[in-house]
Design a protein around this ligand. Structure first.
Ligand SMILES: Nc1nc2c(ncn2[C@@H]2O[C@H](COP(=O)(O)OP(=O)(O)OP(=O)(O)O)[C@@H](O)[C@H]2O)c(=O)[nH]1
Ligand SMILES: [Mg+2]
Length: 271
């Protein structure tokens, strides 16, 4: 599929190695990458194409959201730039909470199944989506991955998006919340430079705080920038390396999951 934001795309998507049919998502054969300057397409036509792509994505996202609600699954969309520590955070989280409630993971990367393998090594089910030339996951891919995973009632489903602070912001996957991870090595200015992503986030995890003594990262300035683009956003500082601050993240997970499960018992348990 062609990205309605940056013009990436038309590559082959694979889910656990199997080629995934995009169901005709590409709006016009040959529009291809860098569509924003596609010869022969007027700006109005480009805007129309982008709106069609996002509208189609939103329909799949609604279907995913309905499925998650019916099956008591809390899906979290983990977004960040490459290497902020998403998989490291997940591995530590899964190890700490695997006795507490069921969990499953969808891994999104352009290539390789390395991250899914890291998750499976903890004993948690994972499906790898390879987006090829695509720079984000979309709701249709996630729907197929969910079919393969079939997470159990009450599960938390972590969706690790492709490392990219731009396009994943525009694509709803049907998640309950977006969790943005910002590592301190990236610099405190990122919320201002990528406001869409940080505006869309429900929770921001500032990761790699174990490295703060070695950096000139200004934490209070970063918090001020986050609040400027997203006044109500919740922020936690963590280290996936040392475990510092991780208890508060686990608490957020437990409380958010529980509050969503109230009134969501399977039909068979209702009187
Ligand atoms: N010092 C330190 N290093 C960390 C921390 N979290 C992750 N790392 C390191 O950061 C690098 C990237 O971590 P990953 O977990 O692969 O990051 P990611 O966001 O999943 O990366 P992509 O999936 O490639 O976008 C690895 O070398 C990790 O060991 C942390 O809290 N502190
Ligand atoms: Mg990763």
């Amino acid at each position: 599929m062609m990205c309605g934001v940056c013009g990436c795309g038309d590559g082959e998507t694979r889910i656990d190695g199997h080629v995934h049919d995009h169901d005709g998502d590409s709006p016009a054969a040959g529009d291809g990458p860098a569509h924003a300057h596609a010869p022969g397409l007027t700006p109005a036509r480009m805007v129309q194409i982008e709106q069609d792509i996002l509208a189609k994505n939103d329909r799949y996202a609604r279907a995913n959201r309905a499925w998650f609600a019916e099956h008591g699954v809390m899906a979290l969309n983990l977004v960040s730039s490459p290497g902020s520590g998403k998989t490291s955070l997940l591995v530590r989280t899964l190890t700490a909470l695997r006795e507490a409630f069921p969990m499953a993971v969808i891994e999104g990367d352009q290539a390789t199944d390395q991250d899914a393998a890291r998750i499976r090594s903890v004993g948690v089910p994972a499906v790898q989506i390879n987006t090829g030339k695509g720079c984000h996951l979309d709701a249709h891919m996630v729907g197929h991955a969910v079919e393969r995973l079939s997470p159990e009632f009450g599960a938390v489903l972590f969706i690790e998006n492709v490392g990219n602070l731009v396009c994943p912001a525009a694509f709803d996957l049907g998640e309950a919340a977006k969790v943005a991870i910002l590592s301190v090595t990236e610099g405190e200015d990122k919320p201002l430079k990528y406001p869409d992503m940080f505006h869309a986030a429900d929770l921001v995890l500032i990761n790699k705080v174990d490295l703060l003594p070695h950096l000139d990262f200004d934490l209070s300035r970063c918090l001020a920038y986050l609040r400027r683009v997203n006044p109500g956003v919740q922020v936690l500082t963590v280290s996936a390396r040392t475990g510092e601050g991780m208890e508060r993240w686990y608490r957020w997970l437990r409380l958010t999951r529980e509050s969503r499960l109230i009134g969501a018992e399977p039909r068979s348990l209702m009187v």
